[in-house]
Design a protein around this ligand. Structure first.
Ligand SMILES: Cc1cc2nc3c(=O)[nH]c(=O)nc-3n(C[C@H](O)[C@H](O)[C@H](O)COP(=O)(O)O)c2cc1C
Length: 175
């Protein structure tokens, strides 16, 4: 794959919050997770975990925890991606808090793009009550939920989202 293909993959993705009835297979989720397993991580500690949620009651409860966001309830699968502070902090102490969040974020990004590459649609969801998600999923204290990635199939027209010009982000040599 050349770099223009990768740009096409990235630019062709957008958040989708409505889904067809068509199920997402275990094989498709397996592919998404396998790709996440290739993500880089601080010290190669892979300080992230994911809870694969298909159960309707659990998705309903997660939707409530996410301030009643409908797409969490509607998605066939929700991937709850969490930082694992035991893994990151055992080696890096306080710095491990940042590394755990980074590891989980990168893993979730890989999942999102891998899903898109297989024709699935996703919506990264970060607005939720941490404690409520923790309770719904029975997460241990050393785990922090970072993203609820809604995954489905759908043809809802993507909402066009503008971006800043890249020059507004980029500084050369110093700020
Ligand atoms: C950290 C983060 C948190 C987000 N939280 C939510 C959310 O809670 N609900 C939602 O509908 N979309 C959420 N999104 C999706 C963004 O709204 C979306 O990525 C952004 O508007 C750009 O649109 P696009 O993904 O279609 O390119 C989140 C995205 C990120 C990266």
């Amino acid at each position: 794959m050349d770099s223009s293909d990768f740009f096409g993959l990235c630019a062709g993705r957008s958040s989708v919050r409505e889904y067809d009835d068509e199920p997402v297979t275990d094989d498709e989720i397996g592919y998404v997770l396998k790709c996440a397993g290739t993500a880089p991580s601080a010290g190669n500690l892979e300080a992230w975990d994911v809870v694969v949620v298909r159960d309707d009651e659990t998705k309903e409860a997660l939707s409530e925890a996410a301030f009643s966001q409908e797409h969490i309830r509607l998605a066939p699968v929700v991937l709850a991606v969490c930082a694992n502070y035991v893994r990151s902090m055992s080696r890096y102490g306080e710095r491990g808090i940042l590394y755990g969040l980074e590891d989980a974020t990168i893993a979730c990004t890989y999942m999102m793009l891998a899903a898109h590459s297989r024709g699935l649609v996703t919506c990264w969801t970060g607005a939720f009550d941490d404690e409520a998600v923790r309770e719904v999923l029975d997460l241990p204290q050393h785990s922090r939920p970072v993203s609820l990635l809604a995954v489905g199939k759908g043809h809802a027209p993507a909402q066009h989202t503008e971006r800043m010009s890249i020059g507004e982000h980029v500084h050369r040599d110093t700020w």
